[in-house]
Design a protein around this ligand. Structure first.
Ligand code: HSE
Length: 350
C-alpha cells in the first residue's frame, strides 16, 4: 500500500530525502514494502503544492532549484497551490508529515503545532526538528499513541547516526547509567582547527561556510544546541523528562588558542562534552568544555564528527561515532524513520 507523504518545509534536508526516495524507489519497495509517494509540499518561502495523485520528484526539485518556488511545478495546473502548512497537514491525503521547517528552538514553534495538528488528525510525523522533542516530547508522544500515529525523530541527535534508536532497541535490557558525547559538530570542528593553530574566529567562519553551524551560531558555540540534544537523550533514552533549562550549560567561546595548544602538548584535548547521568533515578545533565586524556575513546573524534558513549550495566561501554550533520545524512535519518513507520504499519499498529 502506498504511503502518502507531505513535506512541511522543503529546504536542503527535505530535498535530500526526496532525492533518496526517488533514487531508491525500487529497493525501498522490494526490501521494506515502502512505496512512498510525495503528495504535497508547503514551505513558507517556497510556496505550496498539493496533488492527491502524487507529485513528480524531479519536477518538484527542478521548480525549487530553478525558480525558487514549488508553485512553478510543471503540473501545477492539475494541482492545488497556496495551501498553508496547517491546511496541508489537515486537508491533504498525506499519511506521514515530514516536518523539516526552520524552528525556533526556544519555543519549538511552529514545529510543535505542526506535530500536534498532525497527530490530532491521525497522521504520523517524522522530523529532524529538535524543538518538539526537546520541549514537548511527553505530550507529543502521548498524542501520537492516542491517535495510533507514528512519531519518528532519529535525526534530532547526530543526524543519520542512530544515537536514539540504537540504544533503545539494540541495547534494550541494559540499564544505561551514563551517556556522554560530542554532540555538536561545529564546536568540535572549531576546537580541532584551533589545535592546528587557527584562531577561534577563523575556525567559526570556516564552520559556517561548510554548513555545520546553525543559522545563529551562538546556539552552537554557547552549547545550546548540545543542551537540547542532552534533553532529548534524557527524555527518550533515560525515560526522564528534563527541561533544557535544567541542563547546566557552558560553551567554548571562553576557550583560548593557548589553552588548546597547551592541552595538546600534554597529550590532552578540549572537547565540548555533553553528560547525562542517572544518579539513583535522578537525571543530571550538563554541557561544558572538558580537557580529556588521549586514552579517552572520545579523544580521537575530530573535526565535525560526533560521538556518543553509553555506559551499560550488561553490555559495558558502547561507543557510537559518525556524522552529526549533513544533508544526505540527515535525509537518511528521515528515511530510517519512514522505514520504521512502514514496519509498524505492517504490524497494523498504525
Ligand atoms: N549545528 C549542528 C552541529 C547541526 O554543528 O552539530 C546538527 O544539529
Amino acid at each position: 500500500m502506498t504511503t502518502n507523504i507531505a513535506f512541511i518545509g522543503f529546504g536542503g534536508v527535505g530535498q535530500a530525502l526526496a532525492e533518496i526516495i526517488r533514487d531508491r524507489k525500487n529497493s525501498l519497495l522490494s526490501s521494506y514494502g515502502l512505496d512512498a509517494k510525495v503528495v504535497a509540499v508547503a514551505d513558507v518561502m517556497k510556496g505550496s503544492i498539493y496533488n492527491p495523485e502524487g507529485l513528480d520528484i524531479d519536477e518538484l526539485l527542478k521548480a525549487v532549484r530553478e525558480k525558487g518556488t514549488v508553485e512553478a511545478y510543471e503540473g501545477a495546473a492539475q494541482a492545488s497551490t497556496g495551501l498553508s502548512s496547517i491546511e496541508t497537514i489537515t486537508n491533504s491525503n498525506a499519511d506521514v508529515i515530514v516536518e523539516v521547517t526552520f524552528t525556533d528552538v526556544k519555543t519549538g514553534e511552529p514545529a510543535i503545532t505542526h506535530c500536534r495538528t498532525a497527530f490530532e488528525h491521525g497522521k504520523s510525523v517524522v522530523t529532524t526538528n529538535k524543538g518538539p522533542v526537546a520541549l514537548a516530547y511527553r505530550e507529543l508522544a502521548a498524542l501520537a499513541e492516542q491517535n495510533d500515529a507514528f512519531f519518528g525523530f532519529e535525526g534530532t541527535v547526530m543526524s543519520g547516526t542512530p544515537a536514539l534508536r540504537m540504544p533503545v532497541e539494540t541495547l534494550a535490557g541494559n540499564q544505561i547509567t551514563e551517556i556522554r558525547g560530542i554532540l555538536n559538530g561545529t564546536t568540535n570542528y572549531i576546537l580541532t582547527e584551533m589545535e592546528k593553530g587557527q584562531s577561534y574566529d577563523e575556525s567559526l567562519e570556516k564552520a559556517q561556510k561548510l554548513g555545520y553551524a546553525e543559522a545563529d551560531p551562538t546556539s552552537d558555540v554557547e552549547g545550546y544546541d548540545a543542551r537540547y540534544k542532552a534533553a532529548i537523550l534524557s527524555n527518550y533514552i533515560m525515560n526522564t523528562p528534563i527541561s533544557h533549562t535544567e541542563v547546566e550549560c557552558e560553551g567554548i567561546s571562553g576557550i583560548t588558542l593557548e589553552q588548546v595548544q597547551a592541552a595538546l602538548t600534554e597529550g590532552k584535548r578540549w572537547k565540548l562534552m555533553a553528560r547525562i547521568r542517572n544518579e539513583n533515578g535522578q537525571v543530571k545533565a550538563s554541557v561544558k568544555p572538558e580537557c580529556i586524556e588521549s586514552s579517552d575513546p572520545l579523544s580521537g573524534v575530530t573535526g565535525a564528527t560526533n560521538a556518543i558513549v553509553y555506559e551499560c550495566d550488561l553490555s559495558g561501554t558502547i561507543l557510537l561515532t559518525g556524522a552529526g550533520a549533513g544533508l544526505k545524512e540527515t535525509g537518511f535519518s528521515l528515511l530510517i524513520d519512514l522505514i520504521h513507520y512502514q514496519k509498524e504499519k505492517k504490524l497494523a499498529k498504525i
